[in-house]
Design a protein around this ligand. Sequence first.
Ligand code: 2P0
Length: 348
Amino acid sequence: MRPEPQVLAPEPSAAGSATAVAHPNIALIKYWGKRDEHLVLPRVDSLSMTLNVFPTTTSVRLDPDAARDVVTLNGKPAEGEALRRVVHFLDVVRERAGQAHRAVVDSENTVPTGAGLASSASGFAALAVAAAAAYGLPLDATALSRLARRGSGSASRSVFGGFAVWHAGPASGTAQEADLRSYAEPLRVGDLDPALVIAVVDAGPKPVSSRAAMRRTVDTSPLYEPWAVSSKADLDEMRAALLAGDIETVGEIAERNALGMHATMLAARPAVRYLAPATLTALDRVLRLRQDGIPAYATMDAGPNVKVLCRRADADRVAEAVRDAVPDGSVHIAEPGPGARLLPGDGR
Ligand code: 2P0
């Protein structure tokens, strides 16, 4: 599998409007912890696979007469923290473009309602590509990744299809240097033919936002620093295993990296626990699959859902094995998907 040569970079849009689509990504080496909240600079490098399911489609139209941004998410007016984050992101774009016009943003996200799967990665990747085009910022893929990062860290990786690494950037030096050097780039991998089986555990809303949970973990967990150190080694080993097309080693590293991340949260004060009983049942099923000779490895993010990395040829069997672990949820099979792109014209 080859990395995409480049993401379709937006052309400056004379019309002041653009529509873009982006897909979520799942990290195999996790992003957990920031060193700069304002610039969204992470403490560790991370590595992910962009999915071919659950796209977000977002249109941005400049409105010279409007006094404020109007944001619609899945047909409903955005409010509170969701609105604040989009307006803040548009402010970053406006400052770069030297423009003051407010915008009308309309975003449709296809993640099943209540699935608890992160939509901020696909959401801010699509918004970055659409807003850059609408405001006439001629950004290449690297600059779009850097920009998407300002909305949500994981969005920097959804700018690219397939596998991507997000560089944390230098820990010392000026903020400007750090900002410039923290972006994702596509990663060359060997012959893997992977799938991610997503077991959705229906457990209601998150107890703590990932942003707040990260902060608490970095500030209070005695296990955070050791995990961050081991994550560096995990990334180096993961790169080699991906290049070699060695799905067993890729899976082993991904699973230990994710469990380690959850250990850092469990040791935070007070603890952050996203894993639910059904999560552990699903993990047992994954272990049993391995005992039966099927290479299947689990990863979990800031929620109870389990994503199982396996060979595409084994995905149906893996899906069957985890289905009864999530009686109230659903199971989906995803493969590597495309990077963020502008849709032609201004339409959907
Ligand atoms: C990841 N997660 O690497 C990690 C693993 C969750 C667990 O990226 O604060 O929504 O907007 O930068 O990107 C979730 O964090 O956080 C996330 P912000 P984001 O996928």
